[in-house]
Design a protein around this ligand. Structure first.
Ligand SMILES: Cc1cc2nc3c(=O)[nH]c(=O)nc-3n(C[C@H](O)[C@H](O)[C@H](O)COP(=O)(O)O)c2cc1C
Length: 272
């Protein structure tokens, strides 16, 4: 791909209507276009056939293809895998993401165990009448981060009806600054090094999945095939890891390994 090819940005739209969140995304697109060529593609969750997770755990243990629900979720996997970057956009509903967004996230739960989007950036947009946008942005940042995305920006916009002039101005400024920073991130091909939390998550998960060959073979096999079970591997992708973060990660893994071992012995004893 040449540097002038537009970046393909997929918007996962959690709002059930073309309202504030859509307008924020469109404003963001216009601002981004002033910085870098981009092509936006919207997934309107409201227009897809999506059913809630039934809790069978087959996606964890046997793989996502074993999910007994046959609906439009694979369309989202496919589009997400092709995109250069993903924007997760949701209004605040009852102090959280909308049920549409949460349903989609629940159905992607296997991705918390088998992260894959390490070559992609994520941007987060939350709109709200007054409150809850910080919490929603934090939640979406945790989700996208654990799925493997490099979360490179976010915008929380307060959009009461009508939006007073000072808030409209503040929202415009927020999006402007965010578009500038996100365009810089899109130009960078290299990922930034993982933070402490990322390193801890890697080691904590390795402690679990390295021992779950019987209980969760799909997870175990994925980790094994990726080479992540090799103790020399310090993170999901080959990036410099801060030595202090690594030392803390190793300690976390040692403690978590003992705990998982103990839990597995207790649970197999309980079954007998
Ligand atoms: C069902 C519902 C729940 C909402 N819950 C909250 C809330 O908890 N806190 C808040 O400040 N605003 C809340 N709002 C306001 C929306 O977050 C706000 O209007 C948002 O910008 C709507 O986005 P949209 O126009 O894309 O639908 C709620 C709105 C609806 C319809």
């Amino acid at each position: 791909m040449s540097t002038t090819d537009p970046k393909h940005i997929l918007v996962i739209m959690g709002s059930p209507r073309k309202g504030n969140t859509f307008h924020a995304c469109e404003m963001f697109r216009e601002l981004l276009e002033q910085e870098i060529p981009v092509q936006f593609d919207y997934i309107w969750l409201k227009d897809l056939t999506l059913h809630p997770c039934r809790g069978c755990l087959l996606c964890f243990t046997k793989g996502e293809q074993a999910c007994p629900i046959h609906d439009d979720i694979p369309k989202i996997w496919e589009k997400m895998r092709k995109a250069d970057a993903v924007i997760f956009a949701s209004p605040v509903y009852a102090m959280n993401v909308t049920s549409l967004m949460k349903l989609m996230i629940d159905r992607f739960s296997f991705t918390f165990h088998r992260p894959e989007y390490f070559d992609k950036k994520a941007f987060l947009i939350a709109t709200t009448g007054a409150l809850g946008h910080e919490e929603v942005l934090k939640y979406l940042a945790d989700v996208a981060g654990i799925w493997g995305f490099e979360v490179t920006g976010k915008a929380g916009l307060v959009t009461p009806i009508p939006v007073p002039a000072h808030l409209a101005e503040r929202n415009q400024k927020t999006l402007q600054n965010a578009a500038h920073a996100f365009s810089e991130a899109l130009r960078r091909s290299r990922r930034r090094s993982p933070g402490l939390k990322d390193v801890i998550i890697f080691h904590g998960q390795r402690a679990a999945f390295s021992q779950l060959m019987t209980q969760s073979p799909a997870d175990y096999q994925y980790w094994k095939e990726k080479g992540w079970l090799d103790k020399k591997v310090k993170y999901f992708v080959p990036l410099p890891v801060n030595p202090l973060y690594h030392a803390i990660g190793v300690l976390v893994e040692w403690i978590a390994t003992k705990k998982v071992k103990k839990d597995l012995i207790t649970s197999s004893g309980a079954k007998e």
